[in-house]
Design a protein. Structure first.
Length: 291
């Protein structure tokens, strides 16, 4: 068997399946919008990618002892790789397009939720503003009514004064004094009513502002606590991964020592101890996979 024949034969298992792969996957459109369709597309891409990677690995393996056949190996590998890539790329494009569509939908849902929350906050603020405006308008109406009542009373006093002046000229000074006292009382009552109304409005505004500040502070505390919990969980996960990686590296070093020196008599005792350790401390399969 010549080197060229050996080189071609190394690729025959993969090259022989190209026609089958082309029949199965060329111009195939997978229903990636569905879970089963996406699963089929991912499996097809993985199969083609695995063949392509295996071909490249085999090419490197064969090329080392057969340097004189490198050009032939490279040419054949490129041809087969081009065929596999032509089959893989359309599938990969379908998968990536569907993934991009799903990501865009996720971002749209997130934006819609953020807009909804902002609209609720704006509506609540508008409702509070309207309530304060209504309270202010009511206070103004009460003030107008009080002024009208004062004016009415003043008109009555003026009319009574005119009558008394016409009927009893001698008691004018006493009537005028009584009128002054009455006006002063009415004005004092009006001022007291206005002051009470303004004080009530200030108290209501202060209570609402305090309530809003408390709500904001509570939200900030909740967000801070959630962030601390999340950061602690991430730190614990990173530490666990570092410990698992360190254990796996140590086991790999011991296994490499056994493979390299296991047949040498001077290392027999050390190799035996390492084998006992490796057999007794084999990690659980599921835990290793999770790590």
């Amino acid at each position: 068997m010549t080197p060229d024949t050996t080189t071609i034969a190394e690729y025959n298992p993969i090259a022989a399946g190209l026609a089958t792969l082309s029949a199965r996957y060329k111009d195939t459109v997978f229903p990636v919008a569905t879970a089963p369709g996406m699963k089929q597309a991912v499996a097809a891409r993985a199969e083609l990618r695995g063949l392509r990677v295996a071909l490249e690995a085999r090419r490197i393996e064969v090329k080392a002892p057969l340097l004189d056949a490198c050009r032939r190996l490279d040419s054949e590998a490129k041809r087969i790789t081009a065929t596999l890539t032509a089959l893989e790329d359309p599938i990969d494009a379908q998968i990536k397009a569907e993934e991009a569509t799903k990501e865009a939908a996720r971002l749209a849902r997130k934006k819609a939720e953020e807009d909804r929350i902002a609209a609720e906050i704006a509506a609540k603020q508008a409702e509070e503003d309207a309530k304060r405006a209504a309270e202010h308008a009511a206070a103004e109406a009460r003030l107008v009514a009080e002024r009208a009542e004062i004016a009415r009373r003043q008109a009555e006093l003026d009319a009574a004064e005119a009558a008394r002046v016409a009927a009893e000229a001698e008691s004018r000074s006493r009537i005028e004094e009584a009128e002054r006292v009455s006006r002063a009382k009415i004005e004092a009552e009006g001022r007291a009513a206005r002051l009470a109304t303004e004080a009530a409005e200030r108290q209501a505004r202060q209570a609402q502002e305090a309530k809003d500040a408390e709500a904001r502070a509570e939200q900030e505390r909740a967000e801070t606590e959630a962030r601390k919990v999340r950061e602690a969980a991430e730190a614990a996960e990173r530490a666990a991964r570092r410990d698992a990686d360190a254990l796996l590296d140590a086991r790999a070093m011991l296994a490499a020592f056994v493979r390299r020196h296991g047949g040498r008599a001077e290392f027999a005792a050390i190799v035996a101890v390492i084998n006992v350790y490796l057999e007794g401390s084999a990690p659980d399969t599921e835990d290793s996979a999770n790590a």
